[in-house]
Design a protein around this ligand. Structure first.
Ligand SMILES: NC(=O)c1ccc[n+]([C@@H]2O[C@H](COP(=O)([O-])OP(=O)(O)OC[C@H]3O[C@@H](n4cnc5c(N)ncnc54)[C@H](OP(=O)(O)O)[C@@H]3O)[C@@H](O)[C@H]2O)c1
Length: 227
């Protein structure tokens, strides 16, 4: 499958590496390819600069946001939350039309330090804002409640016995994302919440997630819904 990944941060790199290792044709999108390749400072988690990562993953191509969106039969939004709408506009509505957009982004605002707060909540969500801005695209919110390493390998934790949430207006697209998350990464407890307004719920898990992270001092944890 051709997969477009909009965003070249930790999540973009982790998803790209995993999907390329499964044999998919993966393009990572950035605002400016040469600027990204020229960066020498480590990433926010002390990870190597993007160019070093790209050298170790020669099967993954690095392109503009529009090129990566056009490449994908399915596209991931892994842009910083505050930049998601702007980045998706640069990717181009025509390059996203008719496609599933897996929205992993969270509207976290770090402008007042840690813990961050949500820039949109309660009566709206980033997932809904994206769906409204791109009505011809099937936005499916998923994976936003777990760390990047767990996204692609849930079995690292408790044998994979923990929960993930998916929501979006298009039921067929939702089902397809649930199927792909199982096939690609091994997710087995995926709860389909319904339409995209449910992103208000999944994004509002983040204030709790960041507090647990501060307390547990590791991102390797998740929610398990016991029923
Ligand atoms: N880190 C995690 O484990 C994790 C887990 C769950 C959800 N998430 C969510 O996933 C998303 C990605 O997280 P991340 O940690 O991988 O990366 P990040 O540091 O949040 O940034 C990812 C990308 O955002 C782009 N960006 C920043 N400002 C931009 C702007 N004004 N216009 C267009 N693009 C812009 C950057 O693109 P350039 O390459 O062009 O600079 C960068 O590649 C976030 O929304 C985050 O909340 C992260």
């Amino acid at each position: 499958m051709n997969i477009g990944i909009l965003g070249a941060g930790m999540v973009g790199q982790t998803l790209a590496a995993s999907l390329a290792s499964l044999g998919h044709s993966v393009a990572v999108g950035t605002r400016n390819v040469s600027a990204l390749m020229a960066r020498t400072e480590p990433g926010p988690y002390g990870n190597p600069p993007y160019a070093s990562w790209a050298r170790e993953h020669p099967a993954v191509t690095t392109r503009t946001l529009a090129e990566a969106a056009a490449h994908g039969d399915i596209v991931f939004n892994v842009l910083a939350g505050g930049a998601a709408l702007e980045g998706l506009r640069a990717a181009g509505a025509q390059n996203l039309a008719g496609k599933i957009l897996v929205d992993v982004s969270n509207p976290l605002d770090f402008s007042k330090g840690f813990p961050p707060f949500l820039s949109v909540a309660n009566t709206d969500s980033l997932g809904e804002q994206i769906q409204r801005a791109f009505p011809a695209t099937k936005v499916v919110k998923a994976l936003n409640t777990v760390n990047a390493m767990l996204m692609v390998d849930p079995r690292q934790l408790n044998g994979g016995d923990h929960s993930l949430f998916v929501c979006g207006n298009d039921e067929v697209a939702r089902n397809e994302v649930v199927r792909l998350l199982g096939e690609w990464f091994g997710w087995s407890d995926v709860i389909e919440l319904g339409d995209i307004t449910n992103a208000r719920g999944t994004e509002q898990l983040l204030p709790m997630w960041v507090r647990l992270y501060g307390r547990l001092q590791t991102p390797m944890f998740n929610f398990k819904i016991v029923r």
